[in-house]
Design a protein around this ligand. Structure first.
Ligand code: B12
Length: 131
């Protein structure tokens, strides 16, 4: 049997919007993934360090604060610097459609906005992790 997919659900930024992160963490767990949730108010440095220490295959970031154009590229670039860019980075939260192409260009594999069924994110991860 395939080993379970290890995912870090991460909540960067100073805001307290953690419902989406918790919903997504539960959905990933129910789908058989091993999920580590960082908790609120993590810096990009903390997220990257945890991702490497925990040997995850996916970093799944939830951002509702409006700081997505700032935070996603920092995490993607730090993973590159640490030679951990085999980790798939996906994201979700309140992110305007117009910002999504730029985030993908910056290295975020996919963005899941409010109303998207969690099954879509699960399927995307299964299809796109690098094994
Ligand atoms: C509930 C809520 C709050 C609650 C948060 C409670 C909590 N513990 O989470 C409270 C009342 C605390 C709050 C406060 C504030 N909020 Co508020 N809040 C909301 C609201 C109404 C709903 C968010 C929510 O919980 N949705 C339910 C969850 C389940 O959905 P979700 O997070 O979107 O997640 C889904 C998807 O997006 C996706 N997803 C999310 N993350 C991820 C990650 C991955 C990897 C994947 C795959 C998918 C995924 O999957 C989830 C399930 O479908 C939104 C507006 C909105 N309609 O979204 C505003 C909103 C996010 N808040 C906003 C603001 C401005 C604030 C305040 C700054 C207001 C103020 N002036 O005080 C404060 C900040 C306080 C603080 N210190 O954080 C703004 C943000 C603006 C922006 N982004 O530009 C919003 C968008 C409202 C608005 N339209 O202006 N808020």
């Amino acid at each position: 049997m395939d080993k379970p997919i290890r995912v870090l659900v991460a909540k960067p930024g100073l805001d307290g919007h953690d419902r989406g992160a918790k919903v997504i963490a539960r959905a990933f767990r129910d789908a058989g993934m091993e999920v580590i949730y960082t908790g609120l108010r993590q810096t990009p440095e903390q997220i990257v360090e945890t991702a490497i220490q925990e040997d995850v295959e996916v970093v799944a970031m939830s951002i509702l604060s409006g700081a997505h154009n700032h935070l996603f590229p920092i995490v993607v670039n730090m993973l590159k610097e640490r030679e951990a860019d085999d980790i798939l980075v996906v994201g979700g939260g309140v992110i305007p459609d117009d910002d999504i192409p730029g985030l993908k260009e910056a290295g975020v594999a996919e963005i899941f906005t409010p109303g998207t069924p969690t099954s879509q994110a699960i399927e995307f991860i299964k299809q796109n992790i690098k094994r």
